[in-house]
Design a binder for this molecule. Structure first.
Ligand code: ZN
Length: 228
């Protein structure tokens, strides 16, 4: 009987310890501003290509959704949307890649430079004309060079540039969303935006609301900038 009592105590004790450890861990995260601060390059295997610029990578057995830094592939409903996805699939699926986090804040810690055989895949997509360099998010010094690569693709009329005036994916997204009365919600801050807002397609703005009321009902607050 005594042994049983002791055993119970042991369990209570270890639960307490575990809770304490978890609390400490959360506190550490809060103080250091997350794991982002010390995130260095890592290697992983590409499990799936969701879009040309969005992939699912296995990192130590865990799945991570990675957004390719600084670029934007044509949307699914656009010309070359499927081509871009297929291209990325052929190049990356099942391959081991190097991932270098490149997001500028804790919010976009899943934004990264992706290297395949030591070549930067983000830039490869631009070179073959299957991605735009996104001025708004491509802010590191190298981006100047990336835009030159894009000009080259344009001159060769590669991929999307076979059309002289292709619609950039961010404009396409906005125009289809505003037609439908769609608002986007930031899943971390619970703020929602109209299509006219520069924050409309921020990295965490992935909640979609049809109509303003739906956003309010879901507990989201209107953005101070776009005042939806
Ligand atoms: Zn806004």
């Amino acid at each position: 009987m005594k042994a049983g009592t002791n055993g119970k105590r042991m369990i209570v004790f270890s639960l307490k310890t575990a809770t304490q450890l978890l609390a400490n861990f959360i506190l550490t995260l809060a103080l250091t501003g997350s794991a982002y601060a010390d995130s260095a390059s890592w290697q992983g295997v590409v499990l799936a290509v969701l879009e040309g610029d969005t992939i699912l990578v296995s990192r130590d057995g865990k799945k991570e959704r990675i957004q390719l830094y600084g670029i934007d592939c044509p949307e699914r409903g656009q010309d070359f949307g499927q081509v871009a996805k297929n291209y990325a699939e052929q190049r990356l699926a099942g391959r081991t890649i190097d991932v270098e986090p490149a997001g500028t804040s804790r919010r976009d810690r899943n934004v990264a430079l992706v290297f395949l055989d030591e070549e930067l895949f983000n830039l490869e997509l631009v070179r073959v004309g299957l991605a735009w360099v996104r001025m708004q998010s491509c802010t590191m010094p190298d981006c100047k060079g990336w835009r030159e690569v894009q000009k080259g693709a344009k001159r060769r009329r590669a991929g999307v540039w076979s059309d002289l005036n292709p619609v950039p994916p961010w404009e396409y997204k906005r125009s289809t969303a505003s037609k439908k009365g769609v608002y986007s919600g930031n899943i971390l801050t619970h703020v929602f935006h109209a299509t006219s807002c520069e924050e409309f397609d921020c990295n965490n703005c992935i909640a979609v609301f049809h109509g303003r009321d739906a956003a309010i009902k879901a507990g989201y607050t209107p953005c101070d900038l776009c005042k939806p």
